[in-house]
Design a binder for this molecule. Sequence first.
Ligand code: LLP
Length: 416
Amino acid sequence: MNPFTPDTLASLARTHGTPLWVYDAATIERQVAALRSFDVIRFAQKANSNTHILRLMKRCGVAVDSVSLGEIERALAAGFKPGEYNGHAEIVFTADLLDRTTLARVAELGVPVNCGSIDMLDQLGSVSPGHPVWLRINPGFGHGHSNKTNTGGEHSKHGIWHGDLPQALARVSANGLKLVGLHMHIGSGVDYSHLQEVCGAMVALVRTVKAQGLDLQAISSGGGLSIPYQAGEPQIDTAHYFSLWDAARQEIATLLGHPVALEIEPGRYLVAESGVLVAEVRAVKDQGSARFVLVDAGFSDLMRPAMYGSYHGMELIRADGTAATGPVLDTVLGGPLCESGDVFTQGEGGVVLTRALPQAQVGDLLVIHDTGAYGASMSSNYNTRPLIPEVLVENGVPRLIRRKQTVAELLALEVV
Ligand code: LLP
């Protein structure tokens, strides 16, 4: 979806130049509201880690998940505390390994660590006895919108293998660590036909914890909730999703004899629909039967189509700020990078597709929808292209929340 009028985007493009990310705060607030039944909504900030977005999340009462030292520092910069808030950690660090610098920092801060390998338990225990830990479990199966986003099963590098849970619990005890909870994230863009199986797996895992004489305070259902990228795709039924997890939580609470908090850890669901990428059409050319429209944004800005063959809705705006109309043409949309894969209309495996759009002219704006998640956060400096600006619109007021990077800033790193 696109929360903005053509006129607003044309005006922002004039002010800030293109390409440009634009986010709508109200859409984020609406998505947060749909998950309020959960005790803790923990934003997987990898989806969009701009500190202004993180501050907005904090104002909405949302906690945060960090997956790198940089993301921990971002959370701190946005005002999240390393300690607890209403009995829940504001920041949790999730990973499958601890590099030495991050190990020292989480030990110093006391940020709970969601451990995806048993080695992490030993490394953490050796420097930070009593440290709060979650165990991220790979239940032996997973799902995702692409093989690259399936994070469960024996071909996934993620999580502690379910059969190794007894061994992991023994290492928690031997290292004097404090078990907070169990966590499962089986993939991104999950197909919910298997949700019952996922919840059942969590209950079985907690039985193992109890049988080994340990206790926990919380469980996390992970993230993975999808959004309708294509017309006709359904919105997730969050009430149904909650009710299945709540039933599992109640079974677990009965088993343990005390209340257990239920966390959810979405990234995409909270921010994807809030954002668009605005680019300017700079060249139009016909080659054989194909019409190519080339814009000033590339996969260095929006990686998802090149990486996963992801579909994003698109529309054209004329330079005067009106929606483009007229007969449509099958169009290939590409960017400026020196690489054939720099095409926004492609399927999995890189097959080039077309999109039916009104005839584009140089100077039109291309608006790429649903890019608030895994858009800016996955951008790179490939082809020495500086990161592009981000604007957040709140109550109708646009605010620049990241300026454009400069080439001089990129070169400065190499002055050693
Ligand atoms: N929790 C953990 C431990 C994760 O690894 C992830 C995503 C999430 C939560 C949030 O998943 P979400 O709710 O956003 O689906 N770059 C890909 C998505 C990769 C997600 C990796 N982990 C994309 O653009 O689709």
